[in-house]
Design a protein around this ligand. Structure first.
Ligand code: CAA
Length: 248
């Protein structure tokens, strides 16, 4: 069988890069989207991975733009073949208390973190259904489960991803297409490095594990959910948060 193709949106970010590494190590042909190749230094990123023996292709796409996603899907499938695994990772924060939150920051976070999941998944789900195989993994957040100071926009988008995931899981269940979400806690990446230091320290002091998580902690769950034999795990949310938020 040809190698399965995995598309990772925002695969060159902190969590995304590790997802690309682990999917590649698991034998997938991995493609990432990136929004601005020059500004993000995507060629250098690709080269650095290649030196580690990790082969990842990239395609330019603004995932908040539906038409751009249509074009991206055509490019990816013509170069690599049908996408079997889609990991929606692309996300941003624009933190501010609601009484200070600008409309532009609301729109940006909803568009990049939530509408993008529709924009991208919509391109591939039809093909997955007709081939009888698909794995969709949405990277949400503990803050979509609990809410967080300064994150009405982000918490709303991340909670929205759960609703999307559960509905899509039901739609794909008889077609071999699963949809699951992962809710990372505070993972050491540039996104959490941007939190004011005192606030970050205070948050980390509340994590029972006593430390932030690592991108590897998230990537191992992605490869688990992406596997061919993971079909009955569908519509689930897997928290990976060092016991910061526990529920059943
Ligand atoms: N817990 C408890 N109190 C908090 C708090 C928190 N997490 N965040 C803010 N506060 C309190 C502050 O202590 C402060 O209290 P006082 O008025 O008594 O001093 C009050 O709220 C106002 O805070 P600031 O002075 O910092 O106000 P600000 O307007 O300058 O900034 C903020 C507010 C944007 C929320 C800022 O505090 C902040 O960036 N907090 C971090 C938010 C956060 O956790 N973001 C997560 C980003 S990473 C991510 O999202 C990845 C993921 O999925 C987990």
């Amino acid at each position: 069988m040809a190698r399965r193709v995995a598309l990772v949106t925002g695969g060159n970010g902190g969590i995304g890069t590790e997802i690309c590494r682990q999917l590649s190590a698991a034998g997938y042909q991995v493609v990432t989207t990136c929004m601005d190749p020059e500004r993000e230094g995507i060629r250098e990123w690709q080269q650095a991975l290649q030196e580690e023996g990790v082969d990842v292709s990239w395609v330019q796409c603004n995932v908040s733009d539906f038409a751009a996603c249509q074009t991206m899907a055509e490019v990816v499938e013509s170069r690599h073949g049908p996408v079997d695994v889609l990991v929606n990772v692309a996300g941003i924060t624009r933190d501010a208390f609601l009484h200070k939150l600008e409309k532009t920051s609301w729109d940006a976070v909803i568009n990049v973190n939530l509408t993008s999941v529709y924009n991208v998944t919509r391109q591939f789900v039809d093909g997955m259904r007709s081939r009888g195989f698909g794995r969709i993994v949405n990277i949400s957040s503990v803050n979509g489960q609990t809410g967080q100071f300064g994150q009405t926009n982000y918490s709303a988008a991340k909670a929205g991803m759960h609703g999307f995931t559960m509905a899509l899981a039901k739609e794909g269940a008889r077609k071999g297409v699963t949809a699951n979400s992962i809710s990372p806690g505070y993972i050491a990446t540039s996104m959490t490095a941007a939190i004011p230091e005192e606030v970050r320290e205070q948050i980390v002091s509340q994590v029972p594990a006593g430390r932030m998580g690592r991108p590897e902690d998230i990537a191992r769950v992605v490869t688990f959910l992406a596997a061919d034999d993971a079909e009955y795990i569908n519509g689930a949310n897997i928290p990976v948060n060092g016991a910061l938020f526990t529920s059943f």
